[in-house]
Design a protein around this ligand. Structure first.
Ligand code: FAD
Length: 371
């Protein structure tokens, strides 16, 4: 039987951020993940500067062996509708590959890694958790994403009653011919909303990689919507005609759409396991990193008393940052959805100040962690 001060289940951005902070405070931390890293994660790979700040990412150092594409413009519109270009004077986001970023962050955390190990059993004995009959720990962090087994243990109805975002994505290395045929620019990703505004498709070019996907509030007709979106991109000459067809699907929760318990005796949930992605954009990496750091701060402050009551400040921190469940809006606010969507998305002012600055870039939200 191995022991550790904190066991983190899941080595994505939420788990690795939490791990790094705890290791730096001198704790003995293990991260277990069912995957062996580097591993793929279904994601567009868009991060804002707030993520770079919260992660204390050294762009120049990261850029030496990984893809990090600065973004200064966007092309937006409705699928099969007109398009608007919005340009910024500076870098407002980055495109990364999750295959690279997640591995980089996990290795950097300096935690003990227990990879290729799915969580199979979780038993409470006194004030200890016993995991897979192999590890004993007083403190467990559930960072296993939407289908996190620790969230399930806490009563989350995974895949049942929860109103999910369903998405499909592909990321592939373009051949030289495909690269020549691709009109999507690295510094200008493209976003196109579905007619009913229940979701949007995206197309990101990062170095020689192309990432295409579509996410919706419901998964009815997701495959049809995705193929219509790809046809639209091809007809407009945005992407090569011969893209691969093996899109991968995933589901996750938006903050406010479902309520998961985040705290229990000796447990905190972070990132997608807690259902924290931004409701307007579906961005989940920033809430994953920030919640991981908040969880680490709460664990350090608890100083060994991991009772539910002592860990409650974590919930308060989450509510202060992301709002309480009742204050969250939908995935594109209703008033836009049902009235003048098409007209507004042709409007340059609305696209810049509302769609991009407010919904996607959170331009008015102060960074939680700044260097
Ligand atoms: C199609 C799509 C596109 C997206 N695009 C963006 C984007 O561009 N920008 C953005 O900010 N967000 C995006 N998101 C959301 C973002 O991917 C997530 O919010 C983010 O990955 C959450 O991080 P996490 O660390 O909580 O979970 P994850 O990154 O999902 O990591 C969870 C880890 O837990 C492990 N795990 C799961 N089950 C077990 C188990 N039983 N035992 C052990 N380990 C387990 C997994 O292997 C995984 O490594 C997108 C999501 C989707 C589906």
């Amino acid at each position: 039987m191995q022991t550790c001060d904190v066991l983190i289940v899941g080595g994505g951005p939420a788990g690795s951020s939490c791990a790094r902070q705890l290791v730096r405070s001198g704790m003995d931390v293990m991260v277990m993940d069912k995957a062996i890293f580097p591993r793929d994660k279904v994601c567009a790979g868009w991060i804002t500067p707030a993520v770079v700040e919260a992660l204390q990412l050294d762009i120049a150092e990261y850029d030496m062996s990984n893809v990090i594409q600065p973004i200064t413009s966007f092309r937006t519109g409705m699928i099969n509708g007109s398009e608007v270009e919005t340009h910024y004077p500076d870098t407002v986001s980055y495109g990364i590959r999750r295959f690279e970023l997640d591995d980089y962050l996990l290795q950097r955390s300096a935690a003990r890694l227990y990879l290729g190990q799915p969580l199979k059993s979780l038993v409470r004995e006194g004030d200890q958790w016993i995991v897979n009959d192999a590890i004993t720990t007083p403190m467990l962090v559930g960072a296993g994403g939407h289908f996190c087994p620790v969230a399930r243990h806490m009563g989350a109805q995974l895949g049942a009653d929860e109103p999910i975002i369903a998405a499909k994505e592909i990321e592939f290395k373009m051949s030289p011919e495909q690269f020549d045929d691709c009109r999507v620019l690295g510094d200008m990703p493209e976003l196109y909303f579905c007619k009913d505004l229940k979701g949007y498709g995206w197309c990101f070019s990062k170095g020689s990689y192309l990432n295409i996907g579509l996410g919706r509030e419901d998964n009815h007709g997701l495959s049809d919507q995705l193929s219509q979106f790809c046809d639209f991109l091809k007809q407009r000459g945005r992407i090569p005609q011969d893209i691969p067809e093996n899109f991968h699907g995933h589901a996750y929760l938006l903050h406010g759409h479902a309520v998961r318990k985040q705290v229990a005796d000796g447990i905190l949930l972070v990132g997608d396991a807690a259902g924290l992605a931004y409701p307007q954009s579906g961005e989940g990496i920033l809430p994953a990193v920030e919640s991981g750091l908040m969880a680490a701060a709460t664990i350090i402050e608890a100083a060994g008393d991991y009772s539910n009551a002592r860990l409650q400040p974590y919930s308060t921190k989450l509510n202060e940052r992301f709002g309480t469940v009742s204050t969250s809006a939908g995935f594109a606010p209703q008033f836009v959805r049902y009235f003048v969507a098409e007209t507004l998305l042709k409007n340059k002012w609305f696209t810049r100040h509302v769609v991009l600055d407010r919904w996607f870039l959170h331009a008015r939200q102060a960074p939680l962690y700044a260097r």
